[in-house]
Design a binder for this molecule. Sequence first.
Ligand SMILES: [Ca+2]
Length: 191
Amino acid sequence: MSFLFRHSSRPVSAWRCGLRLCPLLAACLCLPAASENARQNLLKNGGFESVEPNGTPTGWIYITPPGETADYKIITDKPKEGRQCLRIKGHATWAAAITADRFPIDASKTYVLSGWLRVIRGQGIIKFDYFQGDQHLGQTMSELLGPGADWKGLTVRTESSAYPAATHVIVTIAGLGELECDFDALVLKAQ
Ligand SMILES: [Ca+2]
């Protein structure tokens, strides 16, 4: 990555390398936007491409209410981006994956979470949960997305003024009801 980016910042010297490097140059010229986007994403594994030996996606924790059941699985069935996405399937009031990282609240900034959902059954959602230390203060939710054949994008923004005591947020993605929901390409940015 750093090799390609280094070339992309010096297009003049790349041109001097001759026509046989054109495909590489073309790829390099496309890189700055993608690299900028990736650098701004506060989520380290929003696309579920990295998985721990126990099968859990790196940086995520699965949570299902006591007494309810849900299965979590990394699948390769037509992800929105990359090679993999996360499928949550089960019967529960809700079943969620949350970020292991806590994101400190900077009151001068708004945090914007976007992501892609493919809802086969039930409803899907993405949201922020606000905390003061370990105390849960509340949440800001995206719209609830119902079943559909294609991936659909959702976006939600923090409302820091509603939770002035919040010290940090976590990102939660969840399915509700008799659920089967796929998630991919989560991006968290500060604005
Ligand atoms: Ca992915």
